[in-house]
Each structure stands twice: as C-alpha cells, then as structure tokens.
Design a protein around this ligand. Sequence first.
Ligand code: AMP
Length: 592
Amino acid sequence: MERPSVIHKTVRAGDVAPHWQDYEGERRRFSWDEARKALSGLPGGGINIGFEAVDRHLNTNVKDRVALRFVARNQPALDLSYAELARQTNRFANVLEGLGIQKGAHLFVLSGRLPELYIAVLGALKKGIVVTPMFSAFGPEPVTTRINLGDGQVLVTTDVLYQRKIKQLRQQMPSLRYVLLIAEEGGLTHEPGTLDLGQLMRQASDAFTTVNTGAEDPALLHFTSGTTGTPKGALHVHGAVVTHFCTGRYALDLHTQDRFWCTADPGWVTGTSYGIIAPLLQGVTSIIDREEYDAERWYSLLAEERISVWYTAPTALRMLMKSGKELAQKLKYPALRFIASVGEPLNPEAVWWGQEVLGLPIHDNWWQTETGGIMIANTPAFDIKPGSMGRPLPGVDAYIVEHLEAEGDALNVRVIEAPDVEGELALRGGWPSMFRGYLNNEARYKKCFVDDLYLTGDLARRDAEGYFWFVGRADDVIKSAGHLIGPFEVESVLMEHSAVAEAGVIGKPDPVVGEVVKAFVSLKDGCVANEMLRMDIMAHARKRLGAAVAPKEIAFLPTLPRTRSGKIMRRLLKARELGLPEGDTSTLEAGA
Ligand code: AMP
C-alpha cells in the first residue's frame, strides 16, 4: 500500500460540500463573538447548553428529525425526535424542580448509554444544574471519590449499578440527597432511600422554561486525573456551547442531514461534548450504541445505520485493524464521508488504513478535558499529514513553549518560534469552553497558567507549516484505551490491601490500547510474594476501582525507588521496566 506523507484534501462527488476550505482566511475572519450569533441565546441575554442543543430547534423543521437513536443487540432501535427530547428533558427538569433542587446544585449520572442518561444530562442543564456523567465501568471507589469531591446532591443511576456500587458506600456520601433509579429489564427493587425515576417522570409536566443561565454559569463538571492527589474536577460553563457548535462544524464537518456516531462513552469528556452536545447543536441524528466494542457489530452499524460522520479513537481503530481488512470489506459504506479520531496518538498506519479499507483517511484531532472542545485538528480544509494532530482551529492559538528558570513555585516560559523543536504545548486563553477552575483547588488551577498562556501538560512540536505533532505527556498520567488514569488513585487503592506496603503505578506501552496500567508493589514484613497473593491484590483492585482503572499487571519488588523526600520515582520504575536509561537519579534514596 502506498504511504504518502501527505494525504490531499478531497471532496468526493456526491458528498456535501465541507463547511470550510480556506484555513488561513477562516482563521483571520473568525471571532468568538460573531460565532455566538449562530446560536439563539435565551430571552434576556443568557445562554444555556441544553436549550441550544434541543429547544432551539423547535421552531424549525429539525424538530421532527431523530435526535438520538439508541441501538442494542436483540432489541428494536429506539428513536427520540428533537421534539420528544424537548418534552422528556422538560419532564426531567420538572422532576428536579419538584425535589427542590436549586440552580447550581451538582447532579451525577452513572449508567450505560441509556436514553435516561441523555435526558438527565440535558434536562439538568436546562434547569441550571451542574452535571457530571460518570463512566459506568468505574468501581465504587472512583464513584464515591467523585461524588464527594463534587458535592453531588442527586445521582441518577440504574437499579443494578446502585446495588453493585453505591448501596454499600451510601453512608460515605453525605451530600447525596436523592438517588433516582432507572429501571432495567427486571424492574425496580425499590431500595430504601431511592426514588423511581420512571414514576417521577410520568408524574412530571412536559412543559418547562429553561432557567436563565449566563455564559459564565457553571454547567458541567468533568473529572480528570493528575499525577498526584485525588482527581481534579474541571468546571465548564454554559458559554462553552459556542465552542461545541463551532468545532462540530470545523473539526467534524457536521451538517444537519448527517447520521453521526461518536463511539466515546459520555462518562468521558468526548462522550459529553461530542457524544451529546455538539451533534444536537447541528440538528443531526446521533446513533448511540448501547453495546461494548465488537468489530463485526461496528462494521454492521456503520453500514446499516448509514453513518456519514464517525468520531472514534485510536484504540478502537487499532482493534479494527487487528481484526483484518477482509472483515471491513465484507460490507460497503457509501454513506460514510468523514472520519475523525481523538484521545491518544493516532499512528500514521491507522490514517492510511482508513484510506485503504474505508476509502477515507482518519482525521486526528487533539484536545483535553480542560479545553472542553477540540482545539487542534485535521479538518476538511487542508491536507492531512499522517501522524500529526493537525492545526489549531479558528479562534485557537497554539504554541510550543520552553520552561525557563523561575523563582520558587512560579513558572516562567518562553514561546519557541523555530519549527520542529520539542516543548510543552500551550494555548492562549480566550475560547469559550476553556475550563474555569478545578473545583476547590485554585492553587492547582493557577499552576496551569503563565499569564494568559494555558500549559497543557503535553509535549509536542510544530512544523514549519503549522502542524502539531504529539510527543508525549509531561507528567506520569496514564492513557489507557483513551482514558486518562491517575497513578495516585490506583496506588491508594493498592495500599489498602492488607499485604501491600508501598505501590507505584506506571503506564506500560501497549500496541493496542496505548498503555496498560502496571503496578509495582512491595509487601509488608511477613507477607510472601506468590501467584495467589498477586491474584488477590488484582481482585481487590478490580473490585474497588473497576475494570477500566485497575492494573492489568502487578509485579512484586523488595522496595520501590523513592526520592530522598519519599516520593515514589515512577519515572524510574518505567525506565527499568522498558530497559531505558535511568536518567538523573541524584535524588534517589540510597539502596533503592
Ligand atoms: P482527556 O483529558 O482525558 O481528554 O485527555 C487529554 C489528553 O489525551 C491530552 O492531554 C493528551 O495527552 C491526550 N490526547 C488527546 N488527543 C490526542 C491526540 N490526538 N494525540 C495524542 N494525544 C492525545
């Protein structure tokens, strides 16, 4: 197969014309204030994500289009039109109203990709409630930590997940006033201290006037993992909807007639910004698969659901590539016209594979929880350089910076003008979906900035044509199957096992999922390292953290390398694991 270093932009005959073609011109003309005018806003000058995504369409013929189409194995698809979604989200907002939940309170959702999740998120936004969807594969530990950090007053979850993850720890979540349970196939068990969401919805009115939220009112709280300490709650505001709208056009090229599939779970920021909000803003039909990854099923969905725009992730693409091109080529995908990917580095091979097997290249793009929306992307407006994350979108200025000496804790950086030099990726603040803070952690938030430059924590380089190339993370955070995992959260749970004295966790490179979580533990005196103990520690971690976060590998060490100040040197664990040079070990504690 030919592997060109540039894939030229093309529009296939019969495809809808892309939203933009002129990169430089569009960037010059663009302003966020102008962009906001495409949305309707609220009477009185406010803006609300839920209203823009759903109710704004009620005066247009989009209202009768399918907004969300839920598909599942062995079940008929369930379609919700924009008009129906408006009614259902109104009902949910009224449920919250009836419970006395006030504007600004925090609501969490823990469920699979069920209609109730989408209705709860959008309904709560219309009510001015701050929403956090959580990944349903999280174990009780990450769930409790997040609800407590976020001061969650309301939790929407399923009966089954409540039994498995919440019930036992409910007493440890003092802020939680209401748990609203979604009935699954078996009905509800009517647990004490919970309410039946279905019943509340049936009793609630389907008329509701969106609460007048301003652009700076908080809307979404997304948790993200850092190297140390508990997860950080990145707070986003209603004004972010302008970024969701613009990037839906610039980076995903969404047009109203599209049938769009975002494979990310709403428990992660991509699944909220682009699995719920951005497609609705464009009036498209989103296909939501309730099942887990399955190569054959995914190809059938692309074909049978006539997906035209597909937003997925490198891990998924690598798994599809592994399953062989014959499987892909059993079917045809005439509707498919644009594919994008996010979350981890996308190998050039995957871009070429898309071109060869699906007839379309994959457009990699870059952003993170903190930025709230896509910042750098390969788009229809310019050629793709496989392996590059693309170029900054209109309204976004990206730089490579180097760190200079500074006094004490202060940071000092310099923008590197020359191309092809590695440094930290930084963005100049000003786009609407920029996070407004880490909840209750002003100091950590401040550390992300030098003046108005936001430091992303990623290392990258920019080439002479302005394309950005990802180099790696500047910290120890792990990216596994596109999900950010904080080593500290995993280490803390491992340390709770009665045999574990100390734990250090790293990301070990993996050809399919990017990195797998690997733990090194040393044992308490008298404990013997053997296979049974390893399995026991593994089971403990899986039970507490859930399969998505728990380590896949555990190794025993007599002691872990620490700095003289007592910090576990994860960098050294990683270097030793990979047989790489150990680098500067001057702060290493003697004997480690
Ligand atoms: P999250 O906040 O969980 O969305 O993770 C954001 C991080 O994922 C970024 O800071 C990067 O380290 C990584 N990431 C996201 N998109 C890309 C990409 N296209 N290429 C390489 N890394 C990416």
